[in-house]
Design a binder for this molecule. Structure first.
Ligand code: NAD
Ligand code: TYD
Length: 348
């Protein structure tokens, strides 16, 4: 099977490829990524020279480039991760979110629709639970929860989900969609809550908590998300949406305290010294109060259950950031941007 993975140099895409490429040697994987600030080819070092892996630097906003790529590869499966993914960035600069998440997805769908025998192929769209908006104190998102996005990020992802679903209903394209809760784990860019807190705690910098820290997120270790996506691709029904989550709700302040405790345990610094670094900062505009996923459908239909608890996943995550100092340094200093420019110049 020929598989195009978009956004494979980002956090979740890299974990997806690192898990599957060595295991599925009868499949050929093409990682299609524009290498934005969020990408890091160093996350793919373990598979970069595998014979069933290749990389194509393509911007999904470029319709002609996407058309050419699809005509050349004729993928049996597309797994679409590529996106602008950070809510705070979407508040400051929303345009790239609309261009990549909406128009980029449109370009991929059009290129996919033009393939011969499209019925025997599959387009899997990776999305977020943030499309459903916020929850109150009770309840959880199910697949039929009405869309009610709050940020430019979640609105652009909602639009992309609608397009994917519309292409199934209108043109009969064989698609599946998954909407997952917050991920954490290796190779996450340190602008997101958990890696930011780990790295700041290691350097004794302030730990900025928005508002009062009582917003709730439902956390899933990244390789469990990847496993869930692979299960939807193999066992999910065409045209269906699957919510992915691990029944692991936590208040932000509790997450930050847990990070402090694990970093303390791994480094020998006292946990209270690290907890004292918590600094309450002005809240994010339009900040959704609570997300929680009801994963009953994917559990029932695809046999999904997460391998990691929040406690085991957090320990692995802290260890990753401690053990990959060079990766962290490169991401933080921007050295990897220079590496990308020298390695990929002229290969767009
Ligand atoms: P990320 O920001 O770490 O990586 C995104 C990748 O997409 C990067 O490699 C980037 O270079 C690439 N990309 C961005 N714009 C592109 C363009 N125009 N053309 C080609 N490539 C482009 O994101 P992530 O956290 O790995 O998220 C991956 C997907 O999963 C996204 O669609 C996101 O909405 C979804 N998701 C993320 C989470 C989470 O907690 N991180 C949860 C649920 C769903
Ligand atoms: P984030 O990792 O940005 O993911 P998302 O906005 O997609 O849920 O943020 C997770 C939660 O942590 C969210 O409620 C915002 C909060 N947060 C902070 O309190 N401080 C921070 O510095 C960041 C980045 C996030």
């Amino acid at each position: 099977m020929k598989i195009i993975v978009t956004g494979g140099a980002g956090f979740i895409g890299a974990n997806f490829l690192n898990g599957l490429v060595p295991r599925c040697t009868d499949h050929v994987f093409v990682n299609v990524d524009a290498l934005t600030y969020a990408a890091n080819p160093a996350s793919l070092e373990a598979i970069a020279t595998r014979p069933n892996y290749s990389f194509a630097r393509v911007d999904i906003r470029d319709r002609a480039a996407v058309d050419r790529l699809f005509a050349r590869i004729e993928p049996d499966l597309v797994v679409h991760f590529a996106a602008e993914s950070h809510v705070d960035r979407s508040i400051h600069s929303p345009q790239a979110f609309v261009e990549t998440n909406v128009m980029g997805t449109f370009n991929l769908l059009e290129a996919f629709r033009a393939l011969p025998d499209v019925d025997r192929r599959r387009f899997h769209h990776v999305s977020t639970d943030e499309v459903y908006g916020t929850l109150g104190a009770d309840g959880a998102f199910v697949e039929t929860t009405p869309y009610d996005p709050s940020s430019p990020y979640s609105a652009s992802k909602a639009a992309s989900d609608h397009l994917v679903r519309a292409y199934h209903r209108t043109y009969g394209l064989p698609v599946t969609i998954s909407n997952c809760s917050n991920n954490y784990g290796p190779y996450q860019f340190p602008e997101k809550l958990i890696p930011l807190m780990i790295l700041n705690a290691l350097e004794r910098k302030p730990l900025p908590v928005y508002g009062r820290g009582d917003n709730v997120r439902d956390w899933l270790y990244v390789t469990d998300h990847c496993d869930a996506i692979w299960r939807v691709i193999r066992h999910g029904r065409i045209g269906e949406t699957y919510n992915i989550g691990g029944r692991s709700e936590r208040r932000n302040l509790d997450v930050v305290h847990a990070v402090c405790d694990v970093v303390a345990e791994c480094t020998g610094v006292s946990a209270s010294t690290l907890r004292d670094l918590v600094t309450f900062v002005p809240d994010r505009p339009g900040h959704d109060h609570r997300y929680a996923i009801d994963p009953a459908k994917i559990e029932r239909e695809c046999g999904f259950s997460p391998a990691e608890t929040f406690e085991t996943g957090l320990r692995k995550t802290v260890r990753f950031y401690l053990d990959h100092e060079a990766w962290v340094r490169a991401v933080r200093t921007g050295a990897y941007r220079a590496w990308i420019d020298s390695h990929y110049a002229g290969r767009v």
